[in-house]
Design a binder for this molecule. Sequence first.
Ligand code: SAM
Length: 340
Amino acid sequence: MGKSSKDKRDIYYRFAKEEGWRARSAYKLMQIDDEFQILKGVKRAVDLCAAPGSWSQVLSRRLLGRKSDDEPGEGTSAEGEAAKIVAVDLQPMSPIEGVIQLKGDITEERTAYEIINHFDGCKADIVVCDGAPDVTGLHSLDEYMQSQLILSAFNIATFVLKPGGDFVAKIFRAKNASLLYVQMKQFFKEVYAAKPKASRQSSCEAFIVCRNYQPPEGYVPTMINRMTNMKGYDSYVSSLTDGHLRGIAKFVACGDLSGWDSDRSYSLDLQAERKTLELNGVPIPNATFPEKYVYRELQPVQPPTEPAYKIAVQLKKERKLARTSDAQLQVPRNSANGSE
Ligand code: SAM
């Protein structure tokens, strides 16, 4: 791939670098907030699965009015009150002023208590989660792991969220999404499936936006994923697909619909791009067209501080990394997929 081909291919990646966001996903949270105003009046926010930190940057900028990651001082919300942000991840991340970092696992109950401790025993106004487990490449397993992570985020939310609070999490609109909507509707007054413009249309990624937390009376927070552990789970899932009890969440497309399209490739010369769009009668994004494109070396915007692949890189440098031999990689003839 050429030096700037990724910049050409992905307009949000490019803007993220230009505007100093640690990941392009910052735009997804901002577009969700622009649509739902989820950050209005928030004094305590929790960012689950936060590294490398672009969602925490959005929280810090929108709740504390900061313009950069290292701007010192207390920081206040638009209403002039100090807001507290707690970010949790398995991985450490570079500091962001005003964001308390917690290295922890969102599948563990103690993480919930650590968050509450940082809020001096108070509950949060919002919990957001852009979590993703490491991908194995086995589609069903990946989908299952993702759904378990969302349920863990939700379980943490049941410990830390105040009644009336909001919960936003990344989901995949896969076969069990209906079940998730049904479950969320037991706990929140409003449930939406949001698709920000910065999330590729070609991806089944979406965000569940759950508003006004009202747990069932007497509900005791737990980390046990009740839905997937309950007796008769499989028949329950199939009953959802019959239409009976079907979980449907209102689908909301967020962001300027004639805005930058995450599935398109744009020329590095955006002024020229504007003229081409005009000539072809394609709607022109309302966002500004920078005069000149400047390639920035830093890729990605914020590299992970402790990447999972760090040991492998070190071993490779020392020529100690075991290599899979070609013989091991060969697909045997008459293998199950019958491709040979
Ligand atoms: N929202 C982030 C941002 O805007 O920069 C990007 C999040 S990244 C897509 C997914 C993150 O989920 C990874 O940093 C990973 O370490 C974290 N993660 C996965 N499983 C986790 C778990 N059980 N507990 C905490 N973090 C987890």
